[in-house]
Ligand binder design. Structure first.
Ligand code: GTP
Ligand code: ZN
Length: 198
């Protein structure tokens, strides 16, 4: 399944989700036959498939599809990649920004591919820590760079609109490999993105 510019939906998944959302609407005390709600299970079925489309994306394939040999041995940084994910505990969104850096070892990838990798892993049921590591691991394994650094800053609706109800907390997670394990490289990366970190 690939959900690119034009959305296509799996018929069996749409049917199963429609049935489930009709039950949910009844269970919260609403009338699924009410005019405004008639098409809601189908809309939700499509929305849910859209926001979990990462299951149909292969992050290694994405990176392998644009690998170029290049002798550039400095840090490549793409920052402020926005992301929307779903917390696997409450199925409520968490959203924020990813910052990704790597130091090539003879091979670079298309810059947009790093953002596609974020899509592939964020559009699933996730926890922020695993998301951070999955992005790091696939870049390390596919491009074999001298090192990778990933920082994600996100706000979790499950902490905002329910539960502990903290509106301003931001969770930062990070993962580093290779040269990013060294203080100097890691500090340079963190300094370059620091305008985003408070
Ligand atoms: N580590 C981690 N925890 C998360 C993430 N998203 C949500 N959580 C937390 O997952 C935990 C689930 O804890 P539980 O005690 O089982 O759930 P709960 O009773 O709904 O907890 P509260 O949210 O505190 O009301 C909560 O502390 C959430 O804040 C995430 O990406 N990473
Ligand atoms: Zn949650």
């Amino acid at each position: 399944m690939a959900y690119h510019k034009h959305e296509t939906y799996d018929a069996a998944a749409t049917d199963a989700l429609k049935t489930a959302y009709t039950s949910i609407i009844s269970a919260v005390g609403e009338d699924p036959a009410r005019e405004g709600l008639l098409k809601t299970p189908e809309r939700m079925a499509k929305a849910m498939q859209f926001i979990t489309q990462g299951y149909g994306m292969n992050a290694a394939d994405i990176l392998n599809s644009a690998k170029f040999h290049e002798d550039y041995n400095e840090m490549v940084l793409v920052k402020n990649i926005e992301l929307y994910s779903l917390c696997e505990h409450h199925l409520l969104p968490f959203f924020g920004k990813a910052h990704i850096a790597y130091i090539p070892n003879g091979v670079i990838t298309g810059l947009s591919k790093l953002a596609h990798v974020v899509e592939a892993f964020s559009r699933r049921l996730q926890v922020q820590e695993r998301l951070t590591h999955q992005i790091l691991d696939v870049i390390q394994d596919t491009l074999n760079p001298l090192g990778v650094g990933v920082v994600i800053e996100a706000q979790h609706l499950c902490m905002m609109m329910r539960g502990v109800q903290k509106q301003n907390s931001v969770t930062t997670t990070s993962a580093f490999s290779g040269q990013f394990m060294k203080n100097e490289t890691r500090s340079e990366f963190l300094r370059l993105i620091s305008s985003n970190l408070s």
